[in-house]
Design a protein around this ligand. Structure first.
Ligand SMILES: [Zn+2]
Length: 356
């Protein structure tokens, strides 16, 4: 059943599955298609399974809004003779969050649940107590006592593994915590923007609402989308860092619940990729936000990037910016976002599109 509003969309999408590179084997794509029903004129899927929804407009201008659908996950690398399952990360995980978790292994025979255990605290050396266990040293205990038993359950090398956190609004607040708010929050915004443009009859541009694949594997899906559509303006949607109890504002100036973040620049120096956003996009967006009284923040993110970087350098080059959502505990099984930031993002994008 279709979700009524942004609040429901976030919760639904967060609880769907779509591991980077294997989105089509999960449940997120049919969920987005269902929620988009009735709000687009054309739909197509490319060879990578990017989902492209087109809302035709009167003008020649093409505007693209991209939200990555994929989430971090793992893949089974090996089943030990004693039935323990070794696994590797898909995407950039925080090793600290990977022990003492319940995980789901997706097999041909159905879901197999297991736990990531480690050596008991009682017998750790002082040195071990201070160190973080890297994912390759971890194992998933599925209750099997032999490789054969694990194989019989369907667990084989190459099976995908996902978090099992059930996402929820914390104690009825507007703070939502879940396994894949990065970037199902963006997907919820993308769908809501399409719905609003439809309902408000905004038709000055042809609008492409796109669910991209493989963002967590260095924005691979967005590159293909940018090349194919070659929009006049592109925006991507994603989470960004937020300051908080353990993160200083001078290091990360984006505020949780402080409004939509208008990206000005981001860069992941160790990867040497990033997004210098054209000022004609940022200035206009901030002007619109001021005029319409929409909460917004200026975003400079050092240490990460998103789809807009790949779109910028696709084809003949594209003018691309981004709207980000401040998130706590990013790239863990309990990422959080604030519903008001989602709402501000929807409002800002809709009002900005009207001016193009
Ligand atoms: Zn993301």
């Amino acid at each position: 059943m279709a979700c009524k509003n942004l609040k429901e969309l976030l919760q639904r999408f967060d609880n769907e599955i779509g591991i980077s590179g294997y989105e089509v084997d999960g449940t997120i794509i049919p969920a987005i298609k269902e929620e988009m029903e009735g709000y687009y004129d054309e739909y197509f899927e490319d060879n990578m399974h990017n989902q492209i929804f087109v809302k035709k407009g009167k003008g020649d201008k093409k505007v693209l809004l991209a939200s990555h659908m994929d989430e971090l996950g793992f893949i089974v690398t090996f089943v030990e003779e004693d039935g323990m399952v070794r696994f590797a990360p898909i995407g950039l995980h925080d090793d600290r969050g990977c022990i003492d978790q319940k995980l789901c292994i997706h097999t041909k025979k159905g879901p197999v649940y297991g736990v990531t255990g480690s050596k008991p605290d009682h017998i750790l050396t002082e040195e071990e107590k201070k160190s973080v266990l890297p994912i390759p040293t971890l194992f998933i205990d599925i209750g099997a006592s032999s490789r054969q038993e694990a194989n019989d359950m369907g667990v084989l090398t190459g099976c995908l593994v996902s978090w099992t956190t059930k996402g929820e609004y914390l104690n009825g607040t507007n703070t939502y915590s879940g396994k894949s708010v990065d970037n199902r929050a963006g997907c919820a915004i993308m769908v809501e923007v399409m719905r609003r443009l439809h309902d408000e009859g905004v038709d000055n541009v042809t609008f492409y609402g796109v669910g991209t694949v493989q963002e967590e594997l260095l924005c691979r899906g967005a590159a293909a989308v940018g090349h194919r559509i070659q929009p006049d303006i592109a925006l991507s949607l994603d989470v960004t860092l937020a300051f908080g109890p353990d993160v200083e504002e001078k290091q990360v100036p984006m505020k949780f619940g402080g409004g939509a973040c208008v990206k000005m620049f981001d860069f992941a120096y160790e990867l040497c990729v990033g997004t210098p956003v054209p000022t004609e996009i940022t200035e206009k967006m901030m002007e619109v936000a001021e005029e319409k009284n929409i909460h917004y923040q200026r975003e400079v993110l050092i240490g990460g990037t998103t789809d807009s970087h790949a779109i910028q350098i696709s084809g003949d080059g594209v003018k691309a910016g981004a709207i980000s959502l401040p998130s706590r505990y990013i790239h863990t099984a309990i990422g959080t976002v604030h519903l008001q930031d989602l709402q501000d993002s929807v409002d800002l994008i809709v009002e900005y599109v009207k001016t193009l």
